[in-house]
Design a protein around this ligand. Structure first.
Ligand code: MF3
Ligand code: CO
Length: 267
């Protein structure tokens, strides 16, 4: 069943989504070679707690952390660990919160210092594909229009692998609501979009094969060929003429840029 939100509920969801954006901004400020994803997890946990919100991934179906930290060939659901991040790592941080009973859930992929040109391009194109999908999130379009726009930009145009096993989702009082939001599909297919449907749109795009497998920890999803994967996620509200993006990359990007400039002056 699809839950459409009222205007005031959308406003509350924007608060939740923005809290995730603010937390990811804190991550952007401290990311550099040497830091561990477990340190980042702790930082996010404390930040969310200080804002009187609940980290929603923690204990969700037994998930043991606040964030998912998916490095290089990890697609999604990577466990934070004690390994120091290094120059060239591609790091997706995905996080959810519950604020005043409403969920925010979004993700951003960072590049640490210098990565290969192919990986830099993958990050850029995956982020672009998210916005291409969002452009289609308007009343009377269908889920397949969003899905196809993402697939077209990544798989058809750039030859990347679009992960089939994992999809985006509706978002609201629950982390995962109907409808499912795949990153591949046919134009004009799937449920019709109505005003104030809130979707978590989250392309998971691989440099090589689209095939993935789940690690023996039961969570960590990795690429079959060991090549890099990138994940971006926004919380988006369907509107009549132009979708409303509830989460905010601009603050994350500003912190990312400042941090990159700071770190590069040390070399
Ligand atoms: N953004 C992901 C999702 O929507 C993250 C969920 S991780 C989990 O499924 F730990 F909460 F499962
Ligand atoms: Co999600």
């Amino acid at each position: 069943m699809i839950h459409y939100k009222t205007e005031s509920e959308v406003a509350l969801m924007k608060e939740a989504a923005l809290l995730v954006s603010k937390t990811l901004t804190e991550v952007a400020k401290v990311l550099k070679p040497g830091i561990t994803t477990l340190q980042i997890d702790k930082l996010c946990f404390e930040f969310v707690k200080d804002q009187k919100a609940i980290p929603s991934f923690l204990n969700y179906r037994g998930y043991p952390f606040t964030i998912c930290a998916s490095v290089n060939d990890v697609v999604v659901h990577g466990f934070p660990n004690n390994t120091s991040l290094k120059e060239g790592d591609i790091v997706s941080i995905d996080m959810g919160v519950i604020l005043n009973g409403w969920h925010g859930d979004h993700a951003y992929t960072f590049i640490l210092g210098e990565a290969s040109p192919a990986e830099i391009e993958l990050v850029k194109v995956t982020k672009e594909s998210l916005y291409k999908g969002i452009e289609k999130a308007i009343v009377n379009n269908r889920i397949g229009d969003i899905a196809h726009a993402i697939q077209e930009h990544t798989e058809i145009k750039h030859g990347y692998g679009v992960v089939r096993e994992l999809v985006g989702h509706g978002l609201g009082r629950s982390l995962h609501e109907d409808p499912q939001m795949p990153n591949y599909g046919k134009r004009g297919s799937g449920p019709k979009l109505k005003e104030n449907l809130v979707l978590a749109i989250e392309p998971m795009i691989n440099l090589g094969t689209r095939e993935v497998y789940t690690d023996k920890d039961g969570w960590t999803v990795k690429t079959r060929d060991g090549k890099a994967s990138v994940h971006f996620e926004h919380d988006v509200c369907v509107k009549r003429n132009k979708a409303l993006i509830l989460s905010d990359y601009s603050i994350i990007e500003a912190a990312e840029k400042a941090n990159n400039e700071l770190n590069s002056t040390y070399y």
